[in-house]
Design a protein around this ligand. Structure first.
Ligand code: 5GP
Length: 184
């Protein structure tokens, strides 16, 4: 038996509402995959999944990409360890692959202030890739501090705390197939 969005809602009373349904997410990811496949038809890009939150997005996105590609994983954490992003990131897990002269697509769950992705992009630039683009499932634009260019965006969302599809609350609920808003 598989759970659908409504069943999860019934089970978890702390979810106020579904912001983006699983159906909408899958439809948009298919469109993003098609767009990326066209843009990289003459290349073999490396998708870099930023752990932990981007893992479901990476898995579904790459299954919609028809060009040959590689995947690699990176984990970063904020230096201050608090809830507010400083953008100064510490590498917890580094890439396995050499990215020199490669086309890189950074895969993120959500861009909030933009500080983390801006710092990460700067750091990876020092390894001399041919190009770096960013694919983010969610863009929380009202919270943006650093206006880093995003190339592939799934959905723009309001400045609310969301969970599901990789995004956690206290390390849980990453498995929800939709993006939900928690009760305040
Ligand atoms: P920023 O863009 O502010 O540097 O940070 C982005 C990171 O903050 C994301 O990768 C994610 O881990 C976390 N984050 C930002 N907004 C949310 C949210 O609404 N829900 C959850 N669960 N994490 C968030």
């Amino acid at each position: 038996m598989t759970f659908d969005d409504q069943e999860y809602l019934k089970r978890y009373s702390f979810i106020e509402r579904i912001l983006i349904s699983s159906e909408e997410i899958q439809k948009r990811i298919r469109q993003m995959g098609n767009e990326i496949s066209k843009d990289y038809k003459d290349s073999t890009p490396i998708f870099i999944c930023i752990l932990k939150g981007a893992y479901p997005f990476l898995a579904d996105l790459t299954r919609c990409v028809s060009v040959e590609h590689e995947v690699d994983f990176m984990a970063v954490s904020s230096y201050d360890g608090g809830t507010q992003s400083t953008g100064v990131v510490k590498i917890e897990k580094d890439l396995k692959e050499n990215i020199t002269n490669r086309d890189i697509i950074l895969v993120e769950d959500i861009i909030d202030t933009g500080l983390t992705i801006a710092h990460l992009t700067e750091l990876l630039q020092t390894r001399n890739p041919r190009s770096i683009r960013i694919a983010a499932l969610l863009d929380k634009k009202p919270a943006r501090v650093n206006d880093v260019p995003l190339h592939y965006i799934g959905f723009e969302i309001p400045a609310e705390f969301v969970i599901g599809f990789g995004l956690d609350y206290d390390e849980k609920y990453r498995n929800l197939p939709f993006i939900g808003i928690m009760k305040g």
